[in-house]
Design a protein around this ligand. Structure first.
Ligand code: NAD
Ligand code: MG
Length: 392
């Protein structure tokens, strides 16, 4: 029986992870769960999965949850705040940790699990984007097993097979090819992006996901963050990572080898596949996913990404090429810009403006240690917020 903690248990990835676990009660036991503020959902998860400990980042949500747990006489410790979430990541009983908090808030708890040498199932791409080099050093130091959950990176992990962890040169890999659905607006070439509403932006054609990543997919910042994530996970330079728009989201990504072979992983767009893959690796387990029917799919299309219509993708390539703290600045400015767009404070087209101006204002520092990265990230949040108020 493998003990697992799920950080971000009430979210989209958390829910899919719990679904896979409930299909394999003989293999996995939930020992810890964490979430931000949804204490009613957490209460149902405690009753269903009986973890030894849970944490709510929001202190008042934790207090209310604790009362409900006492009233119901449930045997579960309720922790609160950032430190509570970090404790769930560090539980001795958790050999595996699903890192599925959204955004920069995932960085510290994910690193905690890494430092303890656990198997870390990484969905929280923002933590790797922010602190790539330090993060990968911690993985090397502790011997943690870092397995990608992001569908593209999990596809590449599968296509690399035994080469995962080796250098691309040594593996005979020439290119990593990330596929992108293009989001809800790719096909509509004449669309006026300035009047896109939050409801339209979160309506992804192929995937059902949390709001932040849905907006990132619509702006193609998600693909930009994934380019940076791929550079760190697979030790690639930005020019070794290509993006191909593939609207059907059937091929989840590809690896091109020096002999001309291109290996791809295909499947219906359902996150339970990469989650089950990483949980069971090197074995395979069922995920409850609908089988891919090639005749229903019919055709697979591929297009060049358009960096003029989707400037966020270009900004991410710029940030990773500059290096240092620039990806952390990009990430923080994007988080503020997306939240402001969802709140109706700025237009969709102003997301990229907030990010590029923040990057210009802050410039790059060497990402020497975590403190520098976090300070720059906080500065970028404040700068982006000022730019937003000037716009709204
Ligand atoms: P979501 O918004 O559905 O869920 C986020 C989870 O994080 C929730 O449980 C929430 O309570 C928790 N959370 C939010 N703020 C927090 C804070 N400050 N402290 C502690 N916990 C907090 O998001 P999601 O779609 O599940 O995405 C989670 C992560 O996985 C993101 O980094 C995203 O980029 C990545 N990812 C998601 C998908 C997908 O299909 N949803 C695919 C690939 C990668
Ligand atoms: Mg992805």
């Amino acid at each position: 029986m493998i003990g697992i903690s799920i950080l971000g248990a009430t979210g989209s990835i958390g829910t899919s992870t719990l679904d896979v676990i409930s299909q394999h009660p003989d293999k996995f036991k939930v020992v810890g769960l964490s979430a931000n503020s949804n204490n009613y959902k957490m209460l149902t998860l405690i009753e269903r999965f009986q973890p030894q400990c849970v944490a709510m980042a929001d202190e008042s949500a934790a207090k209310d949850l604790n009362k409900m747990v006492q009233d119901k006489k449930l045997n579960c410790e309720v922790l609160s705040g950032v430190n509570g979430v970090r404790e769930v990541a560090r539980l001795d009983a958790a050999a595996y940790v699903m890192a599925s908090i959204v955004g920069a808030a995932g960085l510290e708890p994910t690193l905690d699990a890494v430092r303890l040498g656990k198997r870390v199932l990484l969905a929280n791409k923002e933590s790797l984007v922010m602190s790539g080099e330090l993060f990968m050093q911690e993985v090397a130091n502790s011997g943690a097993e870092l397995l990608p959950i992001d569908s593209e990176h999990n596809a590449i992990f599968q296509a690399l097979g035994e080469n995962y962890g080796k250098s691309l040169d040594e593996s005979g890999v020439e290119k990593i090819i990330l596929t992108a659905s293009g989001g809800p607006f790719f096909k509509d070439k004449d669309r006026d992006f300035s009047v896109i509403t939050p409801e339209q932006a979160v309506a992804h054609p192929n995937w059902s996901m949390g709001k932040k990543i849905s907006v990132d997919s619509a702006s193609m910042m998600n693909k930009g963050l994934e380019v940076i994530e791929a550079c760190w996970l697979f030790d690639a330079t930005p020019d070794q990572v290509d993006v191909v728009v593939h609207p059907q989201s059937v091929i989840h990504s590809m690896v091109e080898y020096v002999d001309g072979s291109v290996l791809a992983q295909l499947g219906n767009p359902d996150m339970r596949t990469p989650i089950a893959n990483a949980m069971a690796w090197p074995e395979r387990i069922g995920a409850g996913v609908k089988r891919l029917n090639m005749f229903e799919v019919g055709r697979l299309d591929f297009f060049q990404p358009d960096m003029e219509r989707f400037p966020c993708l270009r900004l991410a390539y710029d940030a990773v090429s500059e290096g240092g703290t620039m990806p952390a600045v990009l990430n923080a400015a994007n988080e503020i810009a997306v939240a402001s767009f969802l709140d109706g404070k700025i237009r969709f087209t102003q997301i990229q403006k907030v990010i590029s101006e923040t990057m210009e204002k802050l410039g790059k520092l060497n990402a020497e240690n975590l403190q520098v990265i976090q300070q720059q990230s906080q500065k970028a949040e404040a700068t982006a917020a000022q730019i937003v108020s000037a716009l709204s």
